[in-house]
Design a protein around this ligand. Structure first.
Ligand SMILES: C[S@@+](CC[C@H](N)C(=O)[O-])C[C@H]1O[C@@H](n2cnc3c(N)ncnc32)[C@H](O)[C@@H]1O
Length: 332
């Protein structure tokens, strides 16, 4: 993580000052450190360059950890499936299985092959309209943040699709954040292979209770973070607290009468964030001014299931065909 982040951080439990015991630095980066809150005594750390600021008292549903563990276990217990998944020509695999092959290749450290297989899978997993709408939002956000001051903090960065694009095109500090340490470790290796590790900081944090000081973040982005943050609680108020400039959230909305999908979204506790009117109202209630920018609609279908791995599917939603409204929510 970049050393300048120290000035932006506080204890995510009690907002106390942090005491840093730095064991290893490399240029402008901190590689190893032990960190303690001087007020409540909670401890955090930096290992292999990844800062870990997860509040110990907030339960997390880390799907990357679960998927990687389950995939590894399944392939270990079913060597015949592993053989077919890893040895068959990729073009003979279903789109979902290609993606699982990419995940397994990454676990083995083969990022170059994994990327080619993952790209070919993503081109088939989503409708052309879905991909075009999504791409248009990423382009819009990158152009918007180009001249903004300060580091860009990205929320719920996942595999870092947007982070990598911003770092590569803008060549300035981008902070990738996620509550999954597993995906951040994967990102560290992927960024090294991509040749752009020096622009990106990796922070493990929970978006619902971040370690950022009040107003410390001048530009916050997220690429489909909002649909993925379960039980968001006071998420929007927490983001209001930390952002002094602009929040740019790439997202999509479900039609308000799309009961098949909204029923599942309610189970995950994210339905209010995924309907246009309710998100705008929730943002306003949390103190944000809001503009819905670059809106466009595109048909979306449930992602196809795996043919080799029993019951596996890449995305939980949509569960039924729908038309999504894509946009970038600009809030300030
Ligand atoms: C699927 S990704 C979205 C795509 C990603 N932003 C990209 O550009 O590739 C969503 C991420 O949200 C993370 N996430 C879910 N809840 C979170 C929370 N409360 N705090 C931080 N990250 C969270 C998940 O671990 C997952 O990696």
């Amino acid at each position: 993580m970049h050393a300048f982040l120290r000035d932006m951080l506080q204890c995510p439990v009690c907002a106390g000052e942090l005491r840093w015991d730095i064991a290893e630095r490399e240029d402008d980066r901190i590689e190893q450190a032990d960190i303690r809150c001087v007020r409540c005594g909670a401890s955090y750390f930096v290992r292999e360059g990844i800062g870990v600021f997860l509040p110990p008292d907030l339960p997390r549903n880390d799907l990357w950890e679960q998927t990687s563990t389950a995939l590894g276990r399944y392939l270990h217990e079913h060597p015949d499936v592993e053989q077919r998944l890893m040895a068959a020509p990729p073009e003979t695999l279903s789109p979902a299985d290609r993606f699982y092959r990419a995940l397994a290749l990454e676990e083995r450290g083969d990022f170059a092959q994994a990327r080619a297989v993952a790209d070919s899978a993503l081109a088939l997993l989503y409708t052309p309209e879905y991909r075009a709408c999504h791409e248009s939002q990423k382009r819009w956000v990158i152009d918007r943040v180009r001249d903004r001051p300060g580091p860009i903090v990205d929320l719920a960065s996942g595999r870092g699709d947007l982070v990598e694009r911003m770092a590569r095109e803008l060549r300035r500090p981008v902070v990738a954040t996620d509550f999954s340490l597993r995906i951040l470790r994967r990102n560290r290796r992927a960024l090294e292979v991509a040749g752009i590790p020096e622009h990106v900081s990796l922070l493990a944090l929970d978006a619902r209770r971040t370690p950022f000081r009040d107003g410390a973040v001048s530009t916050l982005t997220t690429n489909l973070g909002l649909p993925n943050i379960e039980k968001p609680g006071e998420l929007l108020a927490e983001l209001r607290r930390v952002v002094s400039g602009e929040f740019l959230a790439i997202t999509h909305f479900y039609p308000s009468d799309d009961e098949a999908n909204l029923g599942v979204l309610r189970e995950f506790g994210v339905a209010p964030l995924l309907v246009r009117e309710s998100l705008v109202e929730l943002l306003a209630r949390a103190g944000w001014r809001v503009e819905i920018a670059n809106a466009q609609t595109g048909r979306a279908l449930p992602t196809p299931a795996s043919e080799l791995l029993e019951g596996a599917r890449i995305d939980a939603l949509p569960v039924a065909a729908t038309v999504l409204e894509w946009c970038t929510v600009r809030a300030w």
